[in-house]
Design a binder for this molecule. Structure first.
Ligand code: TNX
Length: 539
């Protein structure tokens, strides 16, 4: 029996020798079934797949090793063991001190010196005895382990050996993202969602390599983030929501918990404070902010465009400075989203003056400004970013200013749009967006005159006027958000609706395991997962 310290051996560069010894060792040679890596149901589709039609043996003897002493690799490895345990019940050891070389190994290997296309690129080499994930960074390792999770079969094969085996198709996957910004937005202002709900959404998004969660933290109906220097924002402004229910807000500790949870999943939180419109809840809390001349009242309806800050008062900017400072201090990401949409109660001149002034505040606190596409009309710096939702004209103005653009066209990416006339939740002012419409468009060429290198990425916003709990959130977001993950990660030449449709139909084991109440669109031939069968049998 050959035993050795795996990490030491790896750093000595004898990895190949170990594996070949492992292959030759007769003790545990188990004949694996033929499989095809290129027909696995991976979403988003990787850049390149080469199948070698055998199986890696994932079983109770499999070990997970990391090459790097970097703590973050250990965290990624632990995350993978947890996810393998949830799916299979296997409790694998990571960085076990002594390893039998005949045991299958999942190896997270940091290769800083390779010519990587970007910091999230990875190469997965799957052989019979080893599954090696080569990466430049721990972030890339996190993306790569999502692919590994997706390759693990839902149920074990119990005919190959005396113990259960989850065969993983062999071959090579080379992968990297098409866009660096792959996001979804959640509106916690119209209806409030708890920390637990947000964490569940983060978990679901991370599985599909989405790396941004934009939180819409304030609107006319509610202010949802504690600001220590202005406590009435949440005491008063957070006290209600659409429909008159209780509202709620994140304390700064709650928000930090979300940020930390997202960080482990290599997801950035983009905080948004919407202004100068969409500010009724703030103005009810502190009436000096108001610029409408009316006395603001708590609002539980769904109209937009009736509120505005007073853009000509210095005290309003001192207030904004405090808000941006406090939120920026607990937001490690580079961005601060200032909203800026639908300011119909603000004059054009006031609006432009406001956006220019707020940009300086955002920059003073070390952040880059993001705003809905209207902000591009102001005199913004090229480091600021416009989020295109409605006006191509605004998006083009942004490009002329050298600003990058995030694509969130309402007609294609608004998760709050109904699937069709029968949808239980959602609106349809922009369009009905069935699952195929959501997927069949090309971000790279959607707006003429926006070259690909000026597109930061794609984001799917979920506005919450018509949804008030996690089941309703899931109904609107799933399955469409899975398609947006592919539109933002996968290269254009590898995207294909008919092919995606089949892979999407096979997401049911994951969605059922996660207890996601997705909308079972009749346009998809959903595969019944084992879990769903069990539940049907129980009924
Ligand atoms: C438009 S999109 C809005 C939101 C609404 C949404 C409803 C945008 C920047 N503003 O205030 O919630 O439509 O679909």
């Amino acid at each position: 029996m050959i035993k050795m310290n795996f990490r030491k051996a790896a750093t000595l560069g004898v990895l190949g020798i170990i594996f070949s010894i492992g292959c030759e060792a007769p003790q545990k040679e188990i004949a694996m079934p033929e499989t095809d890596l290129s027909s696995e149901n991976l979403i988003p589709m990787p850049s390149k797949i080469i199948a070698t039609n055998s199986g890696f043996r994932l079983d109770q003897f499999t070990r997970i090793e990391t090459s790097s002493d970097d703590e973050s690799f250990q965290v990624v490895a632990t995350y993978l063991t947890e996810k393998i345990a949830e799916k299979t019940g296997l409790r694998l050891e990571t960085n076990a001190r002594e390893v039998e070389t005949t045991d299958p190994v999942i190896y997270l290997l940091q290769e800083e010196n390779k010519q990587w296309l970007n910091e999230e690129a990875y190469i997965l080499s799957i052989k019979k005895d080893s599954l090696i994930l080569e990466v430049p960074t721990a972030k890339a390792a996190f993306r790569g382990i999502q692919t590994i999770r997706q390759l693990i079969p839902e149920i074990s094969n119990d005919t190959l050996s005396e113990h259960s085996i989850w065969p993983i198709s062999t071959g090579t996957i080379e992968d990297h993202p098409n866009f660096e910004y792959r996001g979804s937005m959640l509106d916690v202002a119209r209806h409030f969602f708890s920390v637990e709900d947000v964490k569940k959404y983060i978990d679901l998004l991370a599985y599909y390599k989405i790396n941004v969660l934009h939180l819409h933290l304030s609107d006319d109906q509610g202010w949802r983030i504690e600001i220590k220097s202005w406590p009435k924002l949440t005491e008063i402004g957070g006290s209600t929501e659409v429909g008159g229910e209780a509202g709620g807000f994140f304390t700064q500790e709650d928000y930090k918990e979300i940020v930390a949870y997202a960080k482990v999943r290599y997801m950035m939180i983009v905080p948004e404070i919407d202004m100068p419109g969409h500010t009724n809840a703030a103005s009810v809390s502190y009436p000096f902010l108001d610029g409408t001349g009316k006395t603001p009242q708590l609002y539980q309806g769904t109209r937009v465009g009736f509120s505005t800050f007073n853009t000509r008062k210095d005290t309003v900017y001192s207030f904004i400075d405090d808000v941006v400072r406090e939120i920026s201090a607990i937001s490690p990401g580079p961005y601060f989203h200032i909203g800026g949409d639908e300011s119909h109660a603000t004059s054009k001149a006031d609006y432009l003056y406001f956006v220019n002034r707020v940009e300086k505040i955002v920059q003073k606190h070390g952040k880059q400004l993001i705003g809905w596409d209207e902000v591009a009309q102001a005199d913004l710096d090229s480091s600021s970013i416009a989020q295109f939702w409605d006006s191509e004209r605004n998006a083009k103005m942004a490009i002329q200013k050298g600003m990058k653009v995030i694509l969130s066209p309402a007609k294609k990416t608004y998760l709050d749009m109904q699937y069709d006339t029968l949808s239980k939740h959602g609106l349809h002012w922009a369009a009905y967006i069935p699952v195929d419409t959501a997927y069949i468009w090309t971000p790279e060429t959607y707006v003429e005159q926006i070259p690909k290198d000026m597109i930061l990425g794609v984001e799917a916003p979920l506005w919450s006027e018509t949804i008030s709990n996690i089941e309703e959130l899931e109904y609107l977001a799933f399955p469409r958000v899975i398609g947006y993950s592919e539109l933002s990660w996968t290269l254009e030449e590898n995207r294909d609706w008919e092919n995606f449709r089949v892979r999407l139909a096979n997401q049911t084991p994951f969605l059922d395991m996660m207890n996601v109440k997705y909308y079972p669109s009749p346009r998809i031939d959903w595969v019944k997962s084992n879990r769903a069968y069990k539940e049907i049998l129980k009924d």
